[in-house]
Design a binder for this molecule. Structure first.
Ligand code: ADP
Length: 515
């Protein structure tokens, strides 16, 4: 029988393998929902006037004003339909959440701390090793200094990053153990020393992911993104070049200081160009010429994003409940995350970092003939970020049920994220139960000791008072001298299972069934 040709069912499904075998009859079956999607899309494209509250905007003000003008929305400074916070959620923002859709999930600032976010991701890698191979091996210093010293290889290069650093600040490469600064809170990561190069330069991708609901868990990836280039030709790290940040770090804020920095502000931003910042679409054209399979790369990126989002869900759901408690069903949030991804020479994507507050600035600094610096609009940033924020707002404004039906909207494609419970959801549930969900982000020893009252949670060798000893041992290193956070609780629960000689998963099943 002659093979059926694939049919272009919808703009989002163009590259979906399942559709390659679609028959005429199946196409008819698809038609009705697709027409519905189309109608729904058209309806949402012509949305009512959205009132955007910009009172708390920061770097994104210029972008949002552009979007307001373009879409005939209205800027307001009180209430409104959408409230844009330029900074992470703070308790004083609490009231804003009940009258507007807010662009922050409480708890997301976890991502701003490299030690905490790496600890959490490392835990997922420990329990689901095959699914979490997408980030370079990471050690938290000083806690995991011994482990790093044991696993360290002098043939490898590592990269050290300060806990709360950003924009490349304080980052250094190292080959020698002696170079590790152990008096600071840092993460050390294996350095991807063979990156994919374009024009002989290292670059990384900034892709945008949107969350619009936690229950149901609705997540999207934007088709467009940015590539940030180094400004010095890449060489494998050696003693001479190891301190050359223009060669090894792709941060835009850093490379703009290089004399090789190139601004591309021409019209053809979707075509191959020579700028230090380029669109993802233009990079894909480069990759195709270099013989890489863009579809394979995109599939791998999507799968790492999906796994990452799966790990985030229990944490976000917990924080949502912690902050809004009984009123949790009344709030609606959304958030755009920035995923920093490095491709290695084989085209494998590595996740370097996720930013909870990706820059939505659309102007860049350029130098005039007399050497004076001026800020002007960057066409690349405007094009990409208008899609990212504009379509995010339109999506967030849609009722959740309509979003559930749509496979995406405009520049966003919906992701299929597994939201079934993992042992981390159980740990979070237990932690919430013990802390009492009363704005308590931390556990006291007496709350931790409540665990001893569950069936089989003491033994002849581990009695109730041993809980306090375990508690103290685990919090020893933290600055909160008598409180335990969720990350320390994970360690405590693991150790508890060991001390009681029980299987961790069975132990958690048993306890959470009794909550
Ligand atoms: P920051 O938050 O300070 O930007 P990142 O983790 O994003 O910190 O690192 C800054 C830059 O360093 C990245 O954009 C990338 O170019 C480079 N980099 C970071 N980690 C690695 C790694 N493991 N291998 C190779 N390059 C890396």
């Amino acid at each position: 029988m002659q093979q059926q040709q694939p049919h272009d069912i919808s703009p989002w499904n163009q590259n979906n393998d399942d559709l390659l075998t679609v028959t005429e009859q199946q196409v008819d079956e698809f038609k009705t929902p697709y027409e519905n999607f189309q109608q729904q899309q058209d309806q949402y494209k012509k949305q009512k006037v959205i009132k955007v509250n910009t009172t708390n905007c920061r770097g994104e003000t210029r972008l949002i004003r552009k979007l307001i003008a373009k879409n005939n929305w209205k800027e307001v400074f009180n209430d409104g339909d959408i409230c844009l916070l330029g900074l992470p959620f703070k308790q004083q923002n609490y009231d804003e959440y009940f009258s507007q859709i807010v662009n922050r999930y409480p708890g997301m600032d976890l991502l701003a701390h490299k030690t905490q976010s790496s600890f959490y991701l490392n835990k997922f890698a420990q329990y689901f090793p095959e699914e979490y191979e997408f980030f370079p091996k990471t050690y938290i210093i000083p806690d995991e200094l011994d482990k790093f010293q044991k696993e360290y290889k002098n043939t490898r290069t590592y990269i050290a990053k300060p806990d709360a650093g950003s924009q490349g600040d304080g980052i250094y490469l190292l080959k020698n153990l002696k170079e590790v600064k152990t008096n600071e809170s840092i993460v050390i990561q294996q350095y991807i020393s063979k990156p994919l190069l374009i024009d002989k330069k290292k670059f990384d991708l900034r892709l945008y992911v949107l969350i619009t609901s936690l229950d149901p868990y609705l997540c999207y990836i934007n088709k467009e993104g940015l590539a940030r280039f180094c400004t010095v030709d890449y060489e494998k790290p050696n003693d001479k070049n190891i301190r050359n940040s223009f060669m090894h770090l792709t941060n835009y804020s850093l490379n703009k200081r290089s004399t090789n920095f190139q601004v591309f502000n021409g019209k053809n931003i979707l075509d191959i160009n020579e700028g230090t910042k380029r669109t993802y679409t233009s990079i894909k054209k480069n990759l195709e010429i270099l013989g890489y399979n863009n579809q394979d790369i995109e599939n791998e990126i999507e799968s790492l994003v999906v796994s990452y989002l799966k790990s985030l869900l229990p944490f976000l759901a917990f924080n949502q409940k912690l902050v809004f408690q009984k009123k949790v069903a009344e709030v609606k949030c959304f958030q755009v995350l920035g995923f920093d991804i490095l491709l290695d020479e084989k085209g494998k994507p590595w996740l370097l970092e996720v930013n909870s507050n990706p820059s939505l600035q659309i102007e860049h600094e350029v130098f005039s003939a007399n050497g004076k610096s001026v800020f002007e609009e960057s066409l690349i940033d405007s094009y990409v970020k208008e899609l990212v924020l504009g379509d995010a707002i339109k999506l967030a404004m849609m009722p959740t049920e309509d979003q559930e039906e749509l496979p995406g909207f405009e520049s966003y494609r919906k992701l299929d994220v597994d939201s079934t419970e993992t042992i981390f959801s159980q740990m979070m549930q237990l932690y919430g139960f013990l802390s009492g969900y009363k704005f308590q982000e931390y556990l006291t020893s007496s709350k931790f000791q409540k665990l001893a009252s569950f069936p089989q949670m003491t033994s002849q060798t581990f009695l109730k008072h041993d809980y306090d000893l375990l508690f103290r041992k685990i919090i020893l290193r933290s600055c909160n001298t008598n409180l335990m956070d969720f990350f320390q609780f994970i360690i405590a629960i693991e150790q508890l299972a060991g001390k009681l000689n029980q299987d961790l998963e069975e132990m958690l099943d048993r306890i959470t069934q009794n909550l």
